[in-house]
Design a protein around this ligand. Structure first.
Ligand code: FMN
Length: 183
């Protein structure tokens, strides 16, 4: 798929077919994440793919009730982690967040290219996720995402989310960038 078609095609997927994703696809997706740029190339991220159904159920319990309403059918839940010790801070901006976010979006776009779906999730209890997955104290959990084959029809929660956040809406280009100065 052409890159511009790919970014048009990507959308948050909130319902999945209960179908396994082959390891070859997982490896391609994770390799796309691996190739992401990062602060001083320190690659401060690490991803945990939760496929075990009992563990997945417990992980879903660590998210807020809205996300709990639609999670569950996916093949895996990706847990994107960042190591602040391996990245930089500039004027209070922690770059491990940026590192993890870029790698995560590589992952999401690679998944889309392979006909899979994902959805960024930020509404979760980090302490609970860390305890469940035995993530070391100094590591931060930046985001979660389900990963799997999209179902033909969206979940009710997905349809509501799309409506509430007007997920198709984007600012017009003239509000996205200017030339030379802020205005
Ligand atoms: C940082 C971040 C956090 C998000 N958290 C959630 C979330 O907790 N639950 C959810 O359903 N969607 C979440 N989303 C998805 C956004 O709602 C979605 O990207 C936006 O509405 C645009 O829709 P689209 O992704 O289908 O283009 C998140 C997206 C981002 C980038």
């Amino acid at each position: 798929m052409d890159f511009f078609e790919l970014v048009q095609k990507r959308k948050s997927v909130r319902k999945f077919e209960s179908k396994a994703v082959p390891m070859s696809a997982i490896e391609k997706i994770m390799n796309a994440a691996r190739l992401a740029p990062s602060w001083r190339n320190r690659q401060s991220w690490k991803f945990i793919l939760v496929t075990d159904s009992a563990l997945k159920k417990q992980l879903i319990q660590c998210t807020d009730s809205f996300n709990q309403a639609w999670l569950g059918g996916e093949f895996a839940i990706v847990v994107a982690c960042g190591d602040p010790r391996r990245s930089g801070v500039r004027d209070g901006l922690p770059y491990f967040m940026v590192d993890a976010a870029i790698a995560m979006e590589h992952l999401v776009l690679a998944a889309t290219e392979l006909g899979l779906g994902a959805c960024w999730i930020s509404a979760f209890n980090e302490e609970k996720v860390k305890k469940l997955l035995e993530i070391p104290e100094h590591i931060r959990v930046v985001a979660l995402s389900p990963l799997g084959y999209p179902a033909k029809k969206d979940s009710l929660a997905g349809a509501i989310a799309r409506k509430v956040v007007k997920s198709k809406n984007r600012k017009p280009l003239n509000e996205v960038y200017t030339l030379n100065k802020w205005e």
